[in-house]
Design a protein around this ligand. Structure first.
Ligand code: FES
Length: 150
């Protein structure tokens, strides 16, 4: 299978995830975060290389439909979304549009690609093309206090 044929989720690597945390820590993300979403806080890199996000530090995640964003060093963004009540109601999404790589923006309770108009649900499902697939998801596990991403 050629790299271009891999599902986009497999192209999201841990290195880009960790680079994003460094930028958030330095406070460089604030200039590029869309108005409708907040920068994620309460982030820690675990020895395993995964990210630990403190849920209570991100008030937007307290209610269904809330989202926060991590800025990645390569310019891409990762969105953490509260999709449902309970600890299983979270998703971590690549906000890179699978159509042609533009960054999708939160608009109401959906993600809109400003390049060609693809539309995704808040949990990343494809609603309207020209994209042909959903937003990629990062592996995510949740406890009552933390989200573990990666
Ligand atoms: S890059 Fe998103 S719709 Fe084309």
């Amino acid at each position: 299978m050629k790299k271009s044929e891999l599902p986009s989720a497999t192209r999201v690597n841990r290195r880009s995830l960790l680079c994003g945390v460094a930028l958030v820590t330095l406070g460089l993300a604030a200039n590029v975060i869309p108005d409708s979403a907040q920068a994620a806080t309460g982030i820690k890199v675990l020895k395993s290389g995964k990210l630990q996000v403190t849920i209570a530090a991100n008030k937007a995640l307290a209610k269904v439909g809330g989202a926060v964003i991590l800025q990645m060093q390569d310019g891409s963004e990762l969105g953490i979304v509260r999709t449902a009540p309970g600890i299983k109601g979270f998703a971590a999404l690549s906000l890179t549009c699978p159509h042609n790589g533009a960054t999708v923006m939160e608009q109401g309770n959906q993600w809109l690609c400003p390049a060609h108009g693809s539309l995704f649900s808040l949990s990343g499902a494809l609603i309207q093309g020209p994209a042909r697939q959903a937003l990629s998801k990062y592996p995510l596990a949740a406890t009552a206090k933390y989200l573990i991403i990666g």
